[in-house]
Design a protein around this ligand. Structure first.
Ligand SMILES: [Zn+2]
Length: 120
């Protein structure tokens, strides 16, 4: 067997840099459940923070980030934060929260789908 051919076969067997497994959640998923799952919070100025704790109080939740910022948020799928989180919009990642790379990669491979995916 020629060396070139062999290289081709090996190339087929080894998957190059296996990408992060894609996760799908239902688009109509409860917003707090999604936040709890992602553990990420996009603040109003476009900085993505890591969530240290999430306390649900009725239709509101108190979010404490790793950099000790406190946010009171409403359970609304149509809020700015919900939209930003779904669309993965952020300008910056909080330096103080020290969000690990794998978490950001996991986030970037998470999709919300209208018709299928986990309801959590
Ligand atoms: Zn932060």
């Amino acid at each position: 067997m020629a060396v070139g051919e062999r290289a081709k076969i090996v190339g087929k067997m080894e998957k190059p840099n296996k990408p992060e497994k894609k996760r799908y959640y239902r688009k109509n998923i409860d917003f707090f459940k999604l936040v709890e799952k992602l553990k990420l919070w996009p603040s109003r100025n476009g900085t993505l923070h890591g969530i240290k704790s999430l306390k649900i109080i009725g239709n509101r939740a108190e979010i404490i980030t790793h950099c000790n910022k406190r946010f009171i948020v409403y359970n609304s799928k149509n809020s700015r934060a919900a939209r930003w989180l779904r669309n993965k919009w952020f300008y910056d990642v909080c330096g103080q929260c020290k969000i690990p790379r794998w978490k950001l990669e996991k986030y970037s491979s998470t999709f919300l789908n209208q018709r299928w995916g986990s309801n959590l």
